[in-house]
Design a protein. Structure first.
Length: 115
């Protein structure tokens, strides 16, 4: 199952997409949370993982995670942000920007290994 990336920073979304694809992952990237949710509903493609920025238009990354769970109940979520929002996202995985490319790869592989 694919990884969904949702970040309103198009450059970061494209970078993460390329990085994960280089490591063999199938990735769908979106700049708006509604696009990702619509894609899940209309294409019936359920992500195994969601990597999302916390500060997004319309809803934050935690609310996106909650909506994604309704469509993909087993989705694992990584929230990325330029400020520490770990107290606002419960037990979701968190990565503080800026991060080294290997940090996201290691986290994705760690989550996959535990699933």
């Amino acid at each position: 199952m694919p990884i969904y990336i949702v970040d309103d920073n198009r450059d970061l979304g494209e970078f993460l997409t390329s990085l994960l694809e280089e490591h063999g992952y199938t990735v769908h990237s979106f700049t708006h949370p509604a696009e990702a949710l619509t894609h899940m509903k209309e294409q019936h493609i359920r992500p195994s993982m969601l990597i999302t920025d916390y500060n997004l238009p319309v809803m934050n990354g935690y609310k996106l995670h909650q909506q994604a769970l309704l469509l993909a109940p087993t989705v694992k979520t990584v929230v990325i942000s330029g400020r520490n929002v770990s107290s606002e996202i419960g037990d979701l995985h968190f990565l503080l920007k800026p991060f080294a490319p290997n940090a996201i790869i290691e986290l994705v592989e760690e989550i996959r290994a535990r699933s």
